[in-house]
Design a binder for this molecule. Structure first.
Ligand code: NAD
Length: 255
């Protein structure tokens, strides 16, 4: 049995993952971590200040983090220090925070970090890369939509899309929304929608005179992210210390 602790256990993703771990036959839910003590699926949720004590007493094999960027960085450092493998789905990191996590991980523990654990989105990213290679002359727009409680914008998934586009068409200026009298240049327009309970929508549009190619992905349920995170959890056990992506887990090309 692979012992799992979930950070952000009281949140939307934490609850979905906790339920899925509990229902699986090869994973054991040993507890959760969140800001306030509570319980979920028959185990305790412990306050975040007690993470280190929790790791040394319960000895989980994998820490799964779906919290908020500044908390995830600290949780990663604590897990790495205590030799616990890591799966991070949290988004909204600055480049400094990414570097901090990488420093804690490299040479110490294996970790999978992905802005989107859905198998479909990982294939969608690859399709965006393949399309961008062929459509370098086209105007490009990126649109994403999420539920009203999502804090970071644009989404981590949209940022990964922008990174892929930069790599394939060359770095272009990003324009976050348009207002007023503007001439379209070589920029990539980025548009963010927040409302209701949208689970996660992403669209990339490549337009030229008289035609538009659209690639889009729509998640209907958080379980697609949770099941991908659990796939990464099973995969990460026994890997060499270092930073991996969901492309490694799925055996896909580089994202
Ligand atoms: N990678 C993916 O596939 C994927 C999919 C969905 C969401 N996300 C990301 O996962 C994160 C969480 O999303 P959510 O919708 O579950 O958010 P949420 O706000 O519902 O849950 C976050 C939880 O983290 C808790 N938390 C905050 N600080 C903490 C700390 N120091 N220690 C432990 N817990 C702490 C909060 O109390 C809350 O319960 C966001 O960054 C979101 O963008 C990623």
């Amino acid at each position: 049995m692979i012992k799992v602790v979930v950070c952000g256990a009281s949140g939307r993703m934490g609850q979905t993952i906790g339920k899925m771990v509990k229902e699986s036959s090869d994973l054991e839910l040993v507890g959760g971590i969140d800001l306030k003590p509570s319980s979920f699926f028959g185990v305790d949720i412990v306050e975040s200040q007690k993470l280190e004590h929790f790791l040394t007493s319960k000895k989980p094999d994998v820490l799964i983090d779906f919290t908020i960027a500044h908390a995830a960085v600290e949780n990663v450092k604590t897990a790495a220090k205590n030799n616990v493998a890591i799966v991070v789905g949290t988004t909204g990191f600055t480049s400094e925070q990414r570097a901090d996590m990488a420093k804690a991980i490299e040479g110490h523990v294996p970790a999978v970090i992905s802005s989107n654990f859905s198998v479909g989105v990982n294939i969608f990213w690859q399709l965006v890369r393949d399309a961008a290679k062929l459509l370098k002359e086209y105007d490009i727009e990126v649109v994403e939509g999420h539920h009203r409680n999502k804090k970071d914008a644009p989404s981590g998934t949209a940022k990964t899309i922008l990174q892929i586009l930069d790599e394939e068409v060359g770095t272009r200026k990003k324009l976050y929304g348009r207002e007023g009298m503007l001439e379209r240049g070589n920029e990539i327009g980025v548009h963010v929608i927040r409302g209701g309970d949208i689970v996660g929508d992403h669209k990339v549009m490549f337009s030229k005179n008289f035609e538009t190619i659209e690639l889009s992905h729509r998640a209907y349920d958080r379980s697609v992210f949770a099941s991908g995170a659990l796939r990464a959890t099973r995969w990460v056990i026994g890997k060499k210390p270092g930073l991996y992506g969901m492309n490694d887990v799925l055996g896909l090309k580089r994202q």
